[in-house]
Design a protein around this ligand. Structure first.
Ligand SMILES: Nc1nc2c(c(=O)[nH]1)N[C@H]1C(S)=C(S)[C@@H](COP(=O)(O)OP(=O)(O)OC[C@H]3O[C@@H](n4cnc5c(=O)[nH]c(N)nc54)[C@H](O)[C@@H]3O)O[C@H]1N2
Ligand SMILES: Nc1nc2c(c(=O)[nH]1)N[C@H]1C(S)=C(S)[C@@H](COP(=O)(O)OP(=O)(O)OC[C@H]3O[C@@H](n4cnc5c(=O)[nH]c(N)nc54)[C@H](O)[C@@H]3O)O[C@H]1N2
Ligand code: SF4
Ligand SMILES: [Mo]
Length: 695
């Protein structure tokens, strides 16, 4: 008999609700969006459709593997689960006895399912849990905290009812969150204006009413020009600002030199267009959204650029209003208890973090820390030695810059373990690979779903594991027990875990059966807009951030113009397409066929100067790293930049569909492990220049 399973997609970190149809033989037949969730409907993106191909892929790890040759040599022996876990336990015990538990680092993708891995790290007594966010949204996150006292997930965006959506390199139609795209498309159909700002014209440009091909790295200048015009022309929401915002006088005086005419010189965007935009957007307020994106694409001043976006949103008075920024409500807002954290009953760890977050860098969140600074500790042994590193659902050799330098550092470890569903770049370099079940073969811990109607969501196992793989909750439980910390992982089944999480919520496992999720409120919950609270020390929206100022980080930074590359040299930009999730699906049997390789976008006039024609092979280089790639010659990219899709140029030979196809952007990002925004913590991945010439 066929079966319907409501679950949660795992083909990217967005984790959309899905419905899986399983046939009589226990095979997945069909996956679509979970129609019980009206925001989702049956929609699924191309990557989500590729889930079935991942499940039955023969080129993924099928059993545990222990390295026999040098790191990265690709020489392995197959192992049983007992053997592999025993091997890891022995090494960990030895490391812990010599250096203490703080010598163990774990990094993962973060997100709602990370709670169990945080609990594992806490249980063994280490403070060193990190996630990927130093390469993604850290600058935006810290910018948001500095202004509102709440992080980057502290706001949701009501695109559907928005009148004007302003996107700084937020390629919303290709870098996909399914529910968000659906809302965005509805807004466009309803006549919403879209202003899209990117040195490269993407698919999102085709939905925009205004496109500005900005000079790369100058968003901060544009935002200063916009803020200057809004403040000087009095285009902001006076009542809202008087009630909730502090520091307006300092802000206004800081803005004085940054006129739209000044911004034009930096950005290439005409001053009269900036002024017209400001007047138009003020007319649409408060139903306007300036989306803070992901670091405006990762520059050394992205914290300040992002701060300016958060400030402009506040000036628009667009908080907790239809068509603007909305507070995602929690179970507590619905008068209910939230899920119990799996670490709740585990004693806290008093050692400081190896990356200095929360101590040396008081302004940076301790939670996920900053992985590039944990690398520093591995490299130098300061503030103390870090000797074991477990990566789970994270591929640093692909997602952190400069794999060559990373390998030098990782070689100082006594143990490197990868828990993955693929032979990732990092797994191939590890000492042990523990193959996780794919998301279709395993259940995960429950998650909280914040929103106007908060609730809980559940990923269920749809089919039995195809190979000898184990669900990650089982892996952490076993390892904790073998390390003598079994009292904190007393679970025999995923149901035991769910029951622990659900304590005190009034919700039972059975409540998830009907729809796959549980909503805790019948009607949308809105806060009283006359009584908004902010998490800053003053309880207000702080244009002058007391927390950052205390750490000697100024709230307003004078603009510095980015270096213009010399002739034949270009800033290397990167991004995603709708068919791939970072680098994790490039060997997927179906998705690899959709887009097998990447190419280098280069501006038509620049290509002309170098004698490069569309389709020619070109050589690009940075220091010792060189490679050849096909050129895409186009007017749709700024003359100072070249662009390639991320995730290509793979080095793992057993991934035959992806191996050696195209080039890897991260390989050209030489030296960038040490280049990060000191105010926001994010790595400046876009501060990378390459030389281009005909091959
Ligand atoms: N140069 C450059 N660097 C970048 C980027 C870029 O575009 N260019 N993008 C940046 C951004 S925005 C981000 S978010 C990061 C992302 O960086 P990562 O978080 O490292 O990337 P992901 O592709 O999400 O997945 C990491 C790993 O998870 C594995 N995985 C997938 N599903 C599962 C599962 O169910 N279980 C387990 N155990 N593993 C699984 C995948 O096989 C993959 O190896 O990279 C950042 N770094
Ligand atoms: N299909 C798909 N969807 C995804 C993901 C995926 O891997 N695949 N990943 C998810 C994740 S983790 C993330 S973080 C998001 C990322 O979502 P986005 O940040 O929207 O996506 P990117 O593709 O990284 O797009 C970055 C854009 O920034 C532009 N850019 C570069 N420099 C500048 C600049 O100086 N100024 C401006 N204004 N723009 C600039 C680039 O040209 C590029 O088009 O997507 C999410 N959705
Ligand atoms: S955006 Fe696509 S791949 Fe990512 S979770 Fe949603 S359906 Fe799956
Ligand atoms: Mo990201």
């Amino acid at each position: 008999m066929s079966e319907t399973v409501y679950s949660i997609c795992g083909m990217c970190a967005v984790r959309c609700p899905i419905k899986v149809e399983v046939d009589d033989g226990g095979r997945v037949q069909w996956i679509e969006g979970n129609p019980n969730d009206p925001g989702m409907g049956t929609s699924l993106c191309a990557k989500g459709v590729g889930g079935k191909a991942l499940l039955y892929d023969t080129e993924r790890p099928q059993r545990p593997m222990i390295r026999t040759g040098a790191r990265g040599s690709g020489e392995w022996r197959q192992a049983t689960w007992d053997e592999a876990l025993e091997y890891i336990t022995e090494k960990l015990k030895d490391i812990i006895s010599k250096h203490g538990a703080k010598a163990v680092l774990l990094s993962d993708r973060g997100g709602p399912f990370a709670d169990i891995r945080k609990a594992f790290v806490k249980a063994i007594g280490s403070p060193n849990y990190c996630n990927h966010d130093c390469t993604c949204g850290r600058n935006t996150h810290h910018a948001s905290k500095s202004v509102y006292g709440r992080g980057r997930t502290g706001f949701a965006y009501d695109f559907k009812n928005c009148k004007h959506i302003v996107l700084f390199g937020r390629n919303i139609t290709e870098s996909i969150k399914v529910k968000e795209v659906r809302q965005f498309v509805k807004a466009v159909k309803n006549g919403a204006r879209v202003t899209y700002i990117d040195p490269r014209a993407t698919n999102t440009t085709s939905k925009a009413t205004r496109y500005w091909q900005i000079r790369p790295g100058t968003d901060y200048a544009l935002l200063l020009g916009i803020a200057n015009c809004i403040v000087n022309e009095g285009l902001y929401d006076n009542d809202f600002v008087n009630k909730y915002v502090t520091g307006m006088a300092e802000f206004q005086s800081f803005l004085t030199p940054y006129t739209p005419e000044w911004a034009e010189k930096e950005t290439g965007i005409p001053a009269d267009e900036i002024v017209a935009f400001c007047r138009e957007v003020a007319g649409d307020a408060p139903s306007v959204i300036f989306h803070p994106g992901w670091m405006l694409a990762r520059y050394s001043d992205s914290f300040y650029a992002s701060r300016m976006i958060h400030i402009i949103n506040a000036l628009m008075g667009n908080i907790e209003v239809k068509g603007g920024q909305i507070y995602p409500k929690t179970p507590k807002d619905a008068g209910k208890s939230g899920l119990k954290s799996l670490g709740a009953d585990i004693p806290g760890v008093s050692d400081p973090r190896a990356d200095g977050c929360g101590t040396t860098y008081k302004q940076f969140d301790k939670g996920p820390g900053l992985l590039q600074l944990a690398y520093k500790a591995i490299d130098t042994g300061e503030p103390y030695p870090v000797k074991a590193y477990i990566v789970c659902r994270h591929d640093p050799l692909l997602s952190m810059p400069d794999p060559e330098e990373q390998k030098r550092i990782l070689n100082k470890l006594d143990l490197l373990v990868a828990v993955d569903v693929n032979y990732s770049e990092t797994a191939w370099f590890a000492d042990v690979i523990l193959p996780d079940c794919t998301y279709l073969e395993r259940a995960t811990i429950l998650r909280t779903e914040k929103g106007l109607k908060p609730g809980f969501g559940r990923r269920q196992k749809a089919v039995d594991p195809v190979y000898d793989t184990k669900p990650d909750w089982w892996i952490w439980t076993q390892l904790a027990r073998m390390l003598g910390k079994g009292e904190y992982f007393p679970y025999e089944s995923i149901e035991d875990i769910w029951n622990y999480q659900l304590q005190g919520t009034g919700v039972t496992i059975e409540d998830f059966e009907a729809k796959g999720f549980v909503r805790l409120a019948e009607e949308p919950i809105w806060y009283d807009r006359d009584d908004l609270k902010f998490g800053t020390p003053s309880g207000k929206i702080e244009l002058v951030s007391s927390k950052w100022e205390e750490m000697g980080v100024p709230s307003f930074k004078a603009y510095e113009s980015p270096a213009s590359p010399s002739s034949g040299t270009y800033r290397l930009l990167f991004g995603r397409c709708g068919y791939q999730a970072h680098g994790q699906s490039h060997n997927n049997p179906v998705l690899a066929e959709l887009l097998g390789t990447n190419e280098l976008w280069i501006n038509t006039a620049e290509a002309g100067k170098l004698g490069i024609q569309d389709g020619d092979m070109v050589e690009i280089s940075n220091e010792s790293v060189t490679g050849e790639i096909r050129a895409k010659v186009t007017d749709f990219i700024h003359p100072e930049a070249v662009f390639m899709l991320h995730g290509y140029g793979r080095t793992v030979p057993v991934q035959t569909r992806a191996f050696g196809k195209g080039l890897a952007d991260q390989a050209f990002e030489r030296g960038l492990l040490d280049v990060w925004d000191p105010a926001g913590g994010g790595i400046s991945l876009c501060e990378c220049f390459v030389q281009v010439k005909p091959a």
